[in-house]
Design a protein around this ligand. Structure first.
Ligand SMILES: [Zn+2]
Length: 425
């Protein structure tokens, strides 16, 4: 691993690239984007055909476009077939150290059927690690930091490493949780990084005194952190803030600052906002740091909620109220006057949140006429209250009340946890 580059990126992101002025940030973005596009015109066969076009004139892309044009788009001359083959073999053998022409390859844990693959150079990984550390490590002394990192291993980005300054231990979510808990107890992390579904299990274990750790910082990754889960984690682990990393295959996109606000990483990506209503938008991103796999005007599937108030940390990078979920998971119901009514995940969560005594839940829409509620407590009274709430929502938004089914909630670590999910058939 390129330690010099990690340190350089770390220092730049932590101490210099604060971007308190929006105008300066935008100027910087324009300059970097132009450099990036010049590079792609010369090194990506796909982008050659857009030679001479301005940023505004370039077409939008998404995961499908990227995968369909993978071979011609990446600047490393790697074919999708080779990349997929290596990524799938690594997944099977659980050995992620093998590289392709010197590049790391990973599968993206896509939920919507499109299997994605990504390639990263060592330089990009070092930059990513440096940028991530700059934004996520607590201020003040870093010496002696011990990071426990829970995730589904799907690439070799994450290797346990030990130095005097930073100990980094990796926990495979797919291993039995009892084993991980014993290892975690021994490790005693100062920073705990995990998806909310795992953090909740750890919190429950800590609550019954079967785990005793005192992290100074907790970082939620990979899944949507709901407000209710956030409050619970704060209480159990005695934290003022639960930090979040907004990260996907397409890059490191956002982070929680010292004042508890989520910000977009506009020092490494340009984010265009396609508004869905007053504050909700889907982001279209252009990464001006990664050069192996171009991410240019790439439409993500996420729903973000903007918070237009300035943040006390002083950065001009966009502040988010929350990450609400995926566009795929917007529920669709039959309207009373034959139109399709779209309902954002947040409204669906609220149907459950108003009902007391429920900690774990999932709501799955199977068709416009059928919704399944998975609850940790499915007594008759809870079922009645939830139906009541859903009816109120249906009336307000003018859709036909769907059939409801209630089932027992179970954790499943082999998949990303989604509180609200629409299954397409
Ligand atoms: Zn802030």
């Amino acid at each position: 691993m390129n330690k010099g580059l990690i340190l350089k990126t770390f220092i730049r992101a932590r101490y210099f690239h604060k971007f308190k002025s929006r105008r300066r940030l935008e100027k910087y973005q324009q300059k970097q984007t132009k450099k990036q596009l010049d590079f792609f015109e010369h090194h990506s066969p796909y982008f050659q055909k857009f030679s001479g076009k301005t940023f505004e004139e370039l077409p939008y892309m998404n995961k499908k476009v990227m995968m369909d044009n993978f071979d011609r788009m990446n600047t490393a001359g790697i074919s999708k077939d080779d990349a997929l083959k290596l990524a799938i073999n690594s997944e099977k053998s659980r050995d992620f150290s093998e590289k392709l022409n010197g590049y790391s390859v990973g599968l993206s844990s896509g939920t919507s059927g499109h299997r994605g693959v990504f390639v990263l150079s060592d330089i990009e990984i070092a930059t990513w690690v440096g940028g991530m550390m700059a934004k996520m490590l607590p201020k003040g002394k870093i010496f002696g930091t011990k990071v426990a990192f829970f995730l589904r291993a799907d690439n070799n980005l994450y290797e346990s490493s030990n130095s005097k300054i930073l100990k980094f231990e990796f926990f495979d979510i797919l291993k039995p949780m009892e084993q991980n808990i014993i290892k975690l107890q021994e490790f005693q992390p100062t920073i705990l990084v995990a998806p909310p579904s795992v953090l909740l299990i750890l919190a429950e274990t800590a609550k019954v005194k079967k785990l005793s750790i005192n992290p100074v910082r907790i970082i939620s990754v990979a899944e949507v952190l709901t407000e209710k889960d956030e409050q619970y984690l704060k209480r159990v682990f005695k934290q003022k803030i639960i930090y979040q990393v907004y990260q996907c295959t397409e890059g490191f996109l956002g982070y929680t600052c010292e004042y508890g606000s989520l910000h977009l990483n506009e020092d490494v990506v340009v984010v265009e906002k396609e508004y869905l209503d007053d504050t909700r938008f889907t982001p279209v991103i252009t990464d001006f740091v990664r050069t192996t796999q171009p991410i240019v005007k790439y439409r993500l599937n996420d729903i973000l909620v903007e918070d237009r108030r300035p943040c006390k940390c002083g950065t001009s990078m966009t502040r988010l109220k929350k990450i609400e979920g995926r566009m795929d998971d917007v529920f669709e119901f039959d309207g009373v006057n034959d139109r399709t009514i779209k309902v954002f995940p947040d409204f669906i969560s609220r149907v459950v949140l108003y009902v007391p005594k429920i900690k774990n839940y999932r709501v799955v829409q199977e068709s416009s006429k059928k919704v399944i509620f998975y609850l940790d407590n499915i007594d008759i009274e809870n079922q009645r209250l939830i139906k009541e709430e859903l009816k109120t929502l249906a009336k307000r938004m003018r859709f036909k009340m769907p059939a409801t089914t209630f089932k027992k909630y179970e954790s499943d670590f082999s998949k990303k946890m989604k509180r609200v999910e629409r299954i397409k058939k």
